[in-house]
Design a binder for this molecule. Structure first.
Ligand code: CA
Length: 267
């Protein structure tokens, strides 16, 4: 896995981009506020093992956007504005810590050492600095990954899931009605029958299920599932109809069309 975040060239509508400035951060927060009701619904109805994640970051907008993004994905997340006491942070019993390298009272590396002395949690460093020395120091400390700001939130979430999965702390199976999806394992079944999905269809289905009940626009799906800068609604339409065909061989419709917006998963 690359140690650099893959910077996007521009921010299409709907892209949640973190650490790129106050204007973008405000947009991110609005995005999260709008979807918070649906998130609570998700937590009740989608069964997935969630991880516990702490975010230690002194930039308020970044910290809040990451915590909100984690909660939207079903994680239990808590933010800290400074390194503080490692024992206090571990009192939250995190599976994973996201640590900013530059914190008001010292370096995230020093905090990582203290956390690692006391716990076997996974660590991802977050920093605006792109210095090779930092990456080396972080990895020598046993960091599991390293993300350079500014980054797209969905990329950080994907890395968090990957780190937790490697550490055996994240069950990958999503369940929705008669549907089971193992994104990490690369399979899905409906009423016990394997669905012959392509990698993109599987990613799209998992994203729809994670956000079930929410109306998702086509540009939001493009950004979050494909990661494209361009707006090409045809791409989404083609994949949704292929996915529907495969899903509906084993039962009633699960992906609804939301007029003037896009799609919603309901099961
Ligand atoms: Ca900082």
């Amino acid at each position: 896995m690359s140690l650099r975040s893959q910077g996007r060239r521009s921010s299409p509508p709907g892209l949640v981009r973190v650490g790129a400035g106050p204007e973008i951060a405000l947009n991110s927060l609005r995005f999260f506020r709008r979807s918070s009701a649906a998130t609570r619904e998700n937590e009740r109805t989608v069964s997935e093992s969630v991880g516990r994640v702490v975010v230690v970051e002194d930039e308020t907008a970044v910290r809040e956007a990451v915590v909100a993004g984690l909660r939207q994905e079903g994680f239990v997340a808590h933010g800290y504005a400074d390194a503080l006491d490692a024992r206090a942070i571990l009192g939250f019993a995190p599976d994973l810590a996201i640590l900013d390298v530059r914190l008001p009272s010292g370096s995230g590396f020093a905090l990582a050492r203290r956390l690692r002395d006391l716990s076997a949690l996974s660590i991802i460093f977050l920093t605006a600095r792109d210095a090779v020395a930092d990456r080396v120091e972080g990895l020598e400390l046993g960091a599991d990954d390293y993300v350079v700001k500014p980054f797209a939130l969905e990329e950080l979430l994907a890395r968090i899931r990957a780190v937790l999965r490697r550490a055996g702390r994240l069950a990958t199976v999503l369940e929705a009605g008669d549907l089971l999806i193992d994104e990490g394992g690369g399979w899905a079944t409906r009423t016990g029958r394997p669905l012959p999905l392509t990698a993109t269809e599987l990613r799209l289905l998992a994203f729809l299920v994670r956000h079930r009940g929410q109306a998702l626009s086509k540009d939001q799906l493009l950004t979050q599932v494909w990661g494209y800068d361009a707006y090409d609604p045809n791409l989404v339409e083609v994949h949704v109809s292929a996915l529907r065909r495969k899903l509906e061989q084993s039962g009633p419709r699960m992906i609804q069309t939301v007029r003037g917006i896009g799609y919603r998963f309901a099961a």
